[in-house]
Design a protein around this ligand. Sequence first.
Ligand code: BTN
Length: 337
Amino acid sequence: MSQRTAGTAKEKTLKILEENRGKIVSGEKLAEDIGVSRAAIWKGIESLRKAGYQISAVTNKGYILAENSDILSAQGMHLFIDEERYPYGEENIHAHRILESTNKTAKEKAFKGAPHGTVVLAEEQSNGRGRLGRSFFSPAKTGVYMSLVLRPAFDVSKSLLITAAVSVAVCRAIKIVSGKETQIKWVNDIFLDGKKICGILTEAITNFESGEIEAIVVGIGVNCNLKNENMPEEIRETAGSLSGLISRNRLAAEIINELMGILEDVTAGGSYPEYMDEYRRRSMVLRKSIKVYKNTVSGEFQNAKAIDISDSGGLIVIYEDGRKDTLTTGEISIRLA
Ligand code: BTN
C-alpha cells in the first residue's frame, strides 16, 4: 500500500484510512508507507478530525476511521469509482466543506480550462441554485451537492440529451446504492414515492466570440437522510429524501460512473441513444394530464396531455384544443394536473 505518489500527507492518510475503514491502521505503518514522520501523521489526523472525520486512536495500536463517518472526499469516493468509466483520477475531484454553489465553482473552473470530468462537491451550499432562478436547499451533510464539467466528444448543443442522460444516470446510481426505483419528471427532477429527492441544473459555457458551447456544467443535488421537519415550510409537501443511506461518497461515485458510462456510449454509438428508452420508462408524466407553464412568472398555464418524449428529449404534448407541441427548453415548467 505504498503511497509515495502525489497528494499531501493528510490526503494520503485519509486514503489509507478509507481503504481500511473500521480497521486499526498503525501510525508507524502510515508514516512508513507515506514517507513522513509519525508527528506529521498525527498532525494530519488532528486536521481530519477537525474537518469532522470520526477517527479514534487505539493506544499503542493506531487509528480507526469509524464505519459511519460520512464526509465527502476524493479519497472516500475513490474506492467506488470505476476507473474504466472515470479515468480522470482523484486529482480532478474537488470536495469542499462549504461553497456558495458547486455549479458556480465548476463554471469558474471550466472558464479557466478545467478538463472534461472535473468534479466539484460540497458538504453544504450557502446559495445552492435551482432551475428557473430558484434556490436549492442545501444543508450540511444531508445531501450530495455535486457539479461536473463535461466537454463531451459530441455536439453539446443537444443539451436536452445530456439532461436526460444525467437523469437516467442518477436513477441508476440510486438503484445501486439503495435498491430503490425512482421516476423522472420532465425535464430532470427525480422523484421517489411521489416526492422530489433530486434536482439537476445544466448550464452551458459559451465562447463569447464564437458563440459556441465549450463545456457543460451539470449540477446534481440529491437529498440524503434529510428529515421532513428540517426542510423549509415551502418544500415540505413536495420534497423527499433518500433515507438510511450509509455512504454519500458511494452515491456520488456511482453517479459519476453511470454518467460517464452513458456519455461514452453516446460518443461510441450510433445516432440513437439507448438510455432514452429508460428515460421514457421512468417518466412520471407520460400519458398524464399536465399543466404547461411557459411563463413561470405570470403563473399562466395551459392544460395538456403528455403523449411522448422525442428522441432528442423534447416532451410531446397535446393541448385541449387539439394542438400538438414539443416542449424543448428548460425554461418551461410542467406540473401534474
Ligand atoms: C432544481 O431542482 O431546480 C435544480 C437543483 C440543482 C441543485 C444542484 S446542487 C449542486 C449544484 N449546485 C447548485 O447550486 N445547484 C446544483
